[in-house]
Ligand binder design. Structure first.
Ligand code: UD1
Length: 418
């Protein structure tokens, strides 16, 4: 597996272009299976998770051309049981269920994979599909199911807020007969993007971005062109990189409106934040950040996908802080690695307590999941000496070109290929 060798500490300076959102692109790719026409999707990030999603679609008989944008032709779908080794490699593959049921009438797929960040049940997805009329049987990590003629609209009140299950339900309801109402829906910008995509192609989805989504089923969708939103988590990650390096950078091609709580937390660390229509900048004026308390929660609360980056920020900040993780129980796998680099942190259940120290020391560490990996990369940029990060395959799943982007800002980072 590839490694990163990082030499720190560094100051960052300059502009970085933010890529399209991974978590918006993935559901849109799977939802495009609903469309028996040509769809062009722009701003799709070049990531390993996207490659896998594309491979799954191709195995089903979808024709995909990847140039600057992605041209998807799902006019013919030939298969309903995509290879389990691909399904098991990403969490997003769960979104194959709704379109496959609609297009082929049946599914036979293995459980999805994804980062090991605690239990990741799929009960809410299955429950929604059943309420919309599917017959589903889950056995030995396999999901088998069928629908008779079509999904039938219904009222679904989500027991817990789930991004993934809200997406599964929207995709299933788009071409269902009658109206579907989702209560207690997730409100993430990626869900709004999925609804905007489907509406552009002829769907009738209202209320995405609120906790009540109303979907009036339509007979069919048409082809068209759609541009994916920018990645709010990548933006937040670069802003944190600048904050911990006491630096000044500007993120281009991003929507600061999707990052309110992260920008407010950064302001509390002492950062000067400026925003424009499609950019935002941070300036620490050379000062060490002040620590901030964080509680993760569903949007618009603090995103769990930014938790490890802020843990890193806190551990080199002035002050004492706590971080409480409310979404995924096992999202602190980076803690022993950061302790190896000198961090003064204590983890009890889902609460991380931290007393900030002035600097970290370079060390050899192992990346365990996507967001944990990026925090170790950022840690390497501020630690004195050499940091070696093993097992960086996770990072290629979610950060496009990270070493080139960080190098262009002044980081000293090299990939060693194996
Ligand atoms: C998505 C994102 C992930 C992000 C997360 C929360 C993708 C590919 N992944 O993951 O980056 O961290 O949203 O913002 O977009 N749950 C159940 N039953 C279910 C489904 C979920 O109990 O059927 C629970 C989960 O265990 C978790 C909580 O609901 O505790 C939220 O999970 P969910 O919002 O579904 O996250 P994902 O869609 O997996």
């Amino acid at each position: 597996m590839d490694k990163f060798i990082i030499k720190g500490p560094v100051k960052l300076k300059g502009k970085v272009t933010i890529s399209g959102s991974k978590n918006a692109a993935l559901p849109i790719l799977f939802a495009s299976l609903l469309i028996k026409d040509i769809v062009e999707i722009k701003n799709v990030p070049n990531l390993k998770d996207i490659d896998i999603a594309i491979k799954i679609l191709i195995k089903l008989g979808v024709k995909i051309e990847r140039k600057k944008s992605l041209i998807i032709n799902a006019i013919n779908i030939l298969q309903c049981n995509p290879p389990s080794h691909l399904i098991k490699s990403i969490r997003a593959s769960i979104w194959i269920l709704s379109p496959l049921l609609k297009r082929t009438g049946k599914v036979n797929v293995s459980f999805p994979g994804g980062c090991s960040i605690g239990d990741r049940p799929i009960d809410l997805h299955i429950n929604s599909l059943k309420i919309l009329g599917a017959n589903i049987n889950v056995k030995k990590n396999y999901i088998k199911g069928y629908i008779k003629t079509n999904f039938k609209g219904n009222i679904i009140c989500m027991k817990n807020i789930s991004v993934g299950a809200t997406i599964t339900t929207i995709i299933a309801a788009t071409l269902a007969s009658n109206v579907t109402i989702i209560e207690n829906a997730a409100k993430e910008p990626e869900i709004q993007d999925l609804a905007n995509f489907l509406n552009t192609m002829g769907a009738n989805i209202q209320g995405a971005g609120t906790n009540k989504i109303v979907i009036e089923g339509v007979k069919k969708l048409k082809g068209g062109v759609y541009t994916i939103i920018s990645d709010r988590i990548e933006t937040g990650t670069f802003l944190v990189a600048a904050a911990i390096c006491k630096s000044k950078i500007l993120c281009k091609n991003t929507n600061p409106n999707n990052l309110n709580i992260v920008l407010n937390k950064l302001k509390k660390t002492g950062a000067e934040i400026e925003i424009g229509k499609n950019w935002c900048s941070i300036n620490m004026h050379g000062k060490r950040p002040k620590s901030v308390n964080i509680i993760t929660g569903p949007y618009p609360n603090f995103p769990t996908d930014m938790q490890s980056q802020f843990a890193l920020l806190n551990l080199i900040s002035t002050g004492i802080s706590t971080i409480k993780e409310n979404i995924f129980k096992n999202r602190f796998m980076y803690v022993p690695e950061l302790i190896r680099m000198g961090a003064n942190i204590i983890l009890k259940k889902n609460i991380l307590k931290c007393k900030g120290i002035k600097s970290l020391s370079g060390s050899e560490v192992i990346a365990t999941d996507l967001r944990a990996s990026v925090s170790l990369v950022l840690a390497g940029c501020i630690a004195s000496g050499i940091t070696i990060i093993n097992n960086i395959s996770h990072i290629d799943r979610g950060y496009e070109n990270i070493e080139n982007k960080l190098s262009s800002l002044g980081a000293n980072i090299k990939r060693i290929k194996y």
